[in-house]
Design a protein around this ligand. Structure first.
Ligand SMILES: Nc1ncnc2c1ncn2[C@@H]1O[C@H](COP(=O)(O)OP(=O)(O)OP(=O)(O)O)[C@@H](O)[C@H]1O
Length: 857
């Protein structure tokens, strides 16, 4: 009976390996291909658009199969990992020629979304963070690492909300979790992310090393868990992973997930791309490291006043020194990605060209030091001291590595002449022998009188003397040994030529082997210095950001904000939204003040849609973030406190996919602010309550305003279209009304995008309807209803204490239908008005009149 296909030795080996990686695609190497089998093949063929074939097609049990050529495998792996899958790379670990029976195979690496080292263009300026979350006794150990740069950070978080904020900040795609994670935790952690369970195992030497500075057992445990996962997937020593640094999210300006999305800091919330974000405006960095660090600075702005001022001093200094700044930029453009080069050195996949890039980068450092020395040493003294130029590594590479080194490190040509005596001896032997052969050719030509006699080399025949057919009669008898006959020529050898050939070939083989060994040795030496290289990379990255801030400040006319402690007062004059200003052009953008001294905690912003309320609110938050990141800000002047947190509820963010209604999300976000904000926080609430029926929405909005005003005291911008809320200014001492100005020009309403004191004129809505071309009698009817409503008591928001009158007002507030109007001379005037024959301007005049008289009342 024929053997079943699934039972062949190869398929048995395949299955044994596959069983160890049930949740990964197994790329199984056969010759020049990686093959996928069974379910992997069916799914893989679909995802990778490959042709699905079968192994042993004619058998009863053909096996589904598809494959990719090994040299193109990387891009296929990237596609799968991009979509959130894992890929196990299984190689042949012995030479098939030497194998007895089945060729040995082993998985050499498990590529996962959180561990992939994406080398595609554009990926350089982004970190790929693998996160680990370890819940224990109501707390969460939280660690993250970037495998390509070796960065490793850890913290302990007290609640889910904080974990979610951190996950959002890091845009993490994969979370390592304990293998006994509860279903409930798996549910919320796993939303849109891959969860990779890791069994608890004793810490290896590497895991102990990276966690050795940590004091908190939970933080140690989560770092060990993360490191063990890295070691199991990468299957090699990871010398470049840095010792874990413990941090507290609360030592930076914290932003909730909604704030990060809504403020378009790193990603545009509509497009998901970098264009039209704060990052895109501020990123004039020259190095990939600077680009990555800038994201971190914007993600985690500072709280420490001294640190903020220190950055500002440096930016100012670079602004004042134009020539030094240009020189610095020029140097920085020649610095390659030191962090990732260091990572590749540790990883063992560095080649000669990478080392040359490392040297070129290090060659810039002494010049950079000179430039900094010319700047104000007050601002740069600390940074200057931190620079270790690591010139020993640069010198080693300069002495050892061929500047035009080939990509391969196994075929020679990588190590420079003069670096190693033994290598030089081999090379001399090769060179001398080649000269000897050239001399032999001349000698033989003379001896035989064959002018076109040639000595040549090819891989199959080795060195040989070639004589064309016509000259064969001149070949000396006995001394030449026939090797090969061609149509037009004969090839010969001589004993002395054979001897030289052996000498040359062994010298070449020895030289190549020695070169490889020397290269590994140099790599080892560089690897010893990885920590120093990583430190240098961090300083260069910071310098790069500072010059970027200076360039942006100069080009965009930003000013240095004055930062103060001890009060939460805000005074921004002529503030601008950095991104909208960029999109509209400076000419088009209308600057606005934000003045909230100690007597004001809240600005209640009224104004119609599209008038610029959200832009105004976002503008404040972005100026705060920029200031606390150390950057200058788009304003004529800015005097700011240091905020501890930013909360936002802006726009119609819906989370329907997660099964929550828009209004529920709105309330949850509002709640996050109410629960966690302090007097040092900034809150932006845009039209809270509009997600539900008018009256309960308005009631909630008012209650939220009152709560924030009385209990939280955070600086708050609250925009609303409930005009009634503007009367709260009378009862809440720290609330001020502001509105967006508008003028009527030639019968149309034009928004000025200018914030002005006081509440908005409430009939804007009807004006806008008029602009939209609604019928005149409909508009007139709306006018009438408006007056009726207003008169009916819905005009004023209920006061704080529920006196009998107020209770009455509250009741009428919740009545659905307007009651009949009472007698009033103003109403009489409206009644008399001849709507059908009035111009829009007449209507405006009437309204103006009515309002004036009402205000007098
Ligand atoms: N200060 C400004 N100067 C110039 N144009 C502005 C300014 N502020 C806003 N705009 C323009 O007005 C448009 C609408 O602004 P924004 O979205 O802030 O309005 P809004 O009042 O919040 O509207 P909605 O209530 O519909 O969200 C913006 O896209 C921008 O083009």
């Amino acid at each position: 009976m024929p053997q079943k296909t699934q039972d062949t030795p190869m398929m048995q080996q395949y299955q044994a390996i596959k069983d160890q990686y049930p949740d990964a695609f197994l790329f199984y190497r056969i010759g020049d291909f990686y093959e996928l089998f069974n379910d992997d093949a069916i799914k893989g063929a679909q995802l990778l658009e490959l042709t699905l074939t079968a192994r042993n097609k004619s058998a009863d049990d053909p096996i589904p199969m598809c494959g990719v050529p090994h040299h193109a495998a990387q891009s296929y792996v990237d596609i799968l990992v991009d979509q959130g899958y894992k890929v196990a790379i299984c190689e042949q670990t012995e030479d098939p020629k030497q194998a007895v029976g089945m060729v040995k195979r082993e998985v050499i690496q498990l590529v996962t979304p959180g561990t992939t080292m994406d080398v595609r263009p554009g990926a350089a300026k982004a970190n790929n963070y693998l996160t680990a979350v370890l819940p224990k006794a109501g707390q969460y150990g939280f660690a993250y690492a970037d495998l390509s740069t070796g960065e490793l950070k850890v913290t302990a978080l007290a609640h889910r909300f904080a974990v979610q904020n951190e996950l959002a900040a890091l845009s993490t795609r994969e979370i390592v979790v304990p293998d006994d994670l509860s279903d409930e935790d798996a549910q919320w952690l796993g939303q849109g992310r891959l969860l990779s369970p890791q069994p608890a195992v004793a810490a290896t030497a590497e895991a102990s090393y990276v966690s050795q500075d940590l004091k908190d057992p939970l933080q140690t445990a989560v770092v060990v868990m993360l490191m063990q996962y890295l070691l199991t997937t990468q299957k090699r020593r990871l010398a470049h992973i840095q010792k874990a640094i413990s941090y507290q999210p609360s030592s930076f300006l914290e932003m909730d997930q909604d704030a990060r999305t809504n403020l378009d800091i790193l990603k545009n919330s509509r497009t998901g791309r970098k264009a039209d974000t704060l990052l895109s405006i501020l990123d004039q960095t020259k190095t990939a490291m600077g680009g990555r660090l800038l994201k971190q600075w914007l993600d985690r702005p500072l709280l420490d006043l001294q640190q903020i001022k220190a950055r500002q001093d440096q930016v100012q200094d670079l602004l004042d020194h134009y020539f030094e700044r240009s020189e610095l930029q020029e140097r920085l453009t020649k610095v390659y990605d030191l962090e990732r080069l260091a990572g590749r050195v540790a990883y063992g996949n560095v080649n000669g060209r990478d080392l040359i890039q490392l040297q070129t980068s290090l060659d810039q450092v002494p010049a950079i030091q000179d430039i900094i020395a010319k700047l104000d040493d007050g601002a740069f003294a600390a940074l200057q001291q931190q620079i270790d130029p690591v010139q020993d590594v640069a010198n080693l590479i300069r002495r050892a590595i061929e500047p035009e080194a080939p990509i391969s490190i196994t075929e020679g040509g990588v190590i420079l002449q003069g670096y190693d005596q033994q290598l030089d001896t081999y090379r001399d032997a090769m060179a001398n022998s080649k000269q000897w052969i050239a001399d032999l050719e001349a000698k033989e030509r003379e001896a035989t009188g064959i002018h076109n006699l040639r000595i040549r080399y090819n891989k199959v025949a080795g060195y040989y003397i070639e004589v064309t057919k016509g000259n064969l009669d001149k070949v000396p008898e006995g001394r030449y040994e026939r090797k090969q006959t061609l149509t037009n020529a004969e090839r010969f050898s001589t004993p002395e030529l054979k001897e030289k050939e052996t000498l040359i070939l062994t010298a070449q083989e020895s030289a190549t082997a020695l070169e490889y060994q020397l290269f590994q040795d140099i790599r080892q030496q560089v690897q010893q210095q990885i920590t120093r290289l990583q430190k240098l990379a961090a300083v260069v990255a910071a310098l790069d950001i500072l010059q970027s801030f200076a360039v942006v400040a100069e080009n965009n006319h930003y000013v240095r904000p004055v930062m103060h402690a001890g009060s939460h007062a805000v005074a921004i004059h002529g503030g601008r939204h950095p991104v909208v200003e960029h999109v509209l052009g400076t000419q088009q953008y209308i600057p606005n003040d934000v003045i909230m001294q100690d007597d004001t905690d809240m600005l209640l912003i009224t104004g119609p849609n599209m008038s610029g309320k959200s832009t105004y609110m976002r503008q404040l938050a972005l100026i705060v973030i920029m200031a606390q990141a150390g950057c200058f800000v788009p304003a004529e002047s800015a005097d700011l406190p240091v905020f501890d947190q930013i909360f936002t509820r802006i726009g119609a963010a819906d989370n329907l996919a997660a099964g929550q209604s828009t209004f529920m999300v709105e309330m949850m976000e509002a709640n996050a602010a109410l629960a966690h904000a302090t007097a040092s926080s900034l809150i932006l609430f845009d039209e809270i309550g509009r997600g539900t029926a008018t009256y309960d929405g308005m009631a909630l909005a008012q209650a939220i305003i009152e709560y924030l005003h009385d209990h939280v005291h955070a600086k708050t911008l609250f925009s609303t279209h409930y005009h009634e809320l503007t009367s709260l200014e009378e009862s809440l001492v720290k609330l001020r009304n502001v509105h967006v100005g508008a003028v009527e020009e030639n019968g149309t309403l034009v928004f000025l995008h200018k914030m002005l004191p006081g509440p908005a004129d409430k009939s804007y809505g009807i004006h806008v309807a008029k602009l939209a071309g609604l019928p005149a009698d409909l508009l007139a009817r709306a006018d009438t209803i408006l007056t009726t409503l207003e008169d009916n008591g819905a005009k004023k928001a209920p006061a704080l204490q529920a006196t009998p009158q107020v209770q009455e007002a509250q009741l009428s507030l919740f009545e659905e239908a307007p009651a009949a109007p009472k007698h009033d001379p103003l109403l009489a005037k409206v009644k008399r008005f001849d709507l059908m024959n009035a111009t829009p301007m007449d209507a405006m005049n009437l309204l103006y009149d009515l309002q004036k008289q009402l205000k007098k009342k």
